[in-house]
Design a protein around this ligand. Structure first.
Ligand code: NDP
Length: 398
């Protein structure tokens, strides 16, 4: 099946990935291809949901905040779209019969709707890395049982996915990282970094949470976990390399010494279009790569002292899925505390580290075992959020 005959749903249509997905769909439709849209979701942004409905003409639109149901219904009256709100409406959006589902809600909030799509065997374009990270083994098992296919959208994982279509024994994977806005900053300068500086990514325009994760390099740590799960590769066979130009999106090292990479301009519409048309390709107008204009591509090792998030992510991955889920949940709380001005930039990793240490003491049994159900994942998630909130509260008060 190709994009020519695929119906789609978009979870998180109002975000950065959601907007890029709308753009890609509009470009494909402009080529005379019918791309019916089954369902779309937003968190709270009703005006953006209304705009998405006007452009995509979905059958169903859901807003996560249940209190906004009547506002959403009123705003969408006359658009010939069913409207829902709250957690069950989000799950319904994932469960509705679309062939292809873009999972682009931010954070673990995307898990339940994404799983609704996984359970019915859909093609899942997976941008929402946190939902894979918090329940990776369970999600992959459910996908294997239902026949769902996970198509990576994160540019690094999409690059590896494209390269791995070449057969051969793989020795290592290298994830590239731009290094974020603070790549060249001193630790003292980073200590005083403001939220507006942290979200000002040099190469990519993204939502606030992933932008902060890019500034701490936690994004790369989460991607390392994502790559380990998606490509069944142990942590010690995945490297991270800083590549400030964001042109080489990742590399695969084969057993004969060959290294294959995927290159493109930093534009998320390229991996989104790849996932939408997979295993075909669709013509989409994106920022094109001009290597002569870029002139040089550079690479360097990450500084693990200024960016401890990478080490925290590696340790969690080695320790098992519950620690991984806890790391991501604690990071969500810490990033939110930073974005709302309650803690300082360097406190983000400190909170994650201290929350993990606290859980080793109070929840040792919970985080030692591999969660065997989504209820167990939720218990780990809640314990980690509670620990991170406590630590953030004491840092904010200090
Ligand atoms: P944004 O913050 O721009 O968008 C997030 C989306 O999730 C919005 O539609 C938002 O709705 C919705 N949302 C927020 N909170 C909730 C909630 N509690 N329940 C339901 N929906 C919610 O994020 P991005 O688009 O940048 O990122 C989305 C995901 O994709 C993240 O996991 C990120 O790591 C990943 N990703 C993003 C990339 C990028 O270039 N942006 C690159 C690779 C991966 P509303 O607008 O109404 O608040």
């Amino acid at each position: 099946m190709s994009a020519a005959s695929r119906s789609v749903s978009i979870l998180g249509v109002t975000g950065s990935i959601g907007r890029s997905t709308i753009d890609v769909i509009e470009q494909v439709r402009a080529q005379g291809v019918d791309v019916p849209v089954e369902a779309i979701t937003a968190g709270r942004n009703v005006p953006a949901l209304v705009d998405a409905c006007r452009r995509l003409r979905p059958r169903f639109a859901a807003v996560a905040d249940a209190a906004q149901l009547s506002e959403a219904r009123a705003a969408l009256s006359g658009q010939n779209v069913e409207v829902g709100a709250g957690a069950s409406a989000l799950e319904e959006a994932g469960a509705r019969p679309a062939d292809w589902v873009m999972s682009a809600i931010v954070g673990a909030a995307g898990l339940a709707p994404t799983m609704a799509a996984v359970r019915r065997g859909a093609l899942i374009a997976i941008a929402n890395k946190e939902c894979l990270i918090c329940a990776g083994p369970l999600m992959l098992k459910a996908a294997a049982e239902s026949g769902a296919k996970l198509l990576p959208v994160d540019s690094e994982h999409n690059a590896i996915f494209q390269v791995l279509s070449h057969p051969g024994r793989v020795e290592r994977l290298t994830l590239t990282a731009s290094g974020g806005p603070f790549r060249t900053w001193t630790r003292e300068a980073m200590a005083a970094a403001r939220p507006d500086q942290a979200v000002a990514h040099p190469n990519w325009s993204m939502g606030a949470k992933i932008s902060v994760d890019s500034a701490t390099l936690m994004n790369k740590g989460l991607e390392l976990i994502e790559a380990s799960y998606l490509f069944e590769t142990p942590e010690e066979r995945i490297d991270v390399l800083i590549h400030p130009q964001s042109i080489v999106h990742s590399l695969v090292h084969y057993a004969d010494g060959s290294v294959l990479a995927q290159l493109s301009a930093p534009d998320m519409r390229t991996p989104i279009a790849h996932a939408l048309a997979w295993p075909d390709r669709v013509a989409v107008s994106t920022n094109r790569l001009d290597l002569a204009a870029i002139a040089s591509l550079t690479f360097e090792q990450p500084d693990l002292d200024r960016f401890p998030a990478l080490g925290l992510a590696r340790a969690a991955l080695k320790a098992g899925p519950a620690r991984v889920a806890a790391l991501s949940a604690a990071n969500e709380i810490a990033v939110e505390a930073f974005l709302t001005g309650r803690i300082r930039f360097l406190d983000i990793c400190r909170i994650v580290q201290e929350a993990m240490a606290a859980l080793e003491g109070t929840e040792a049994g919970l985080i030692a075992k591999t969660p065997s159900s989504f209820a167990e994942v939720a218990a780990v998630d809640q314990a980690a959020r509670a620990a991170a909130r406590r630590i953030a509260g004491s840092l904010a008060a200090a």
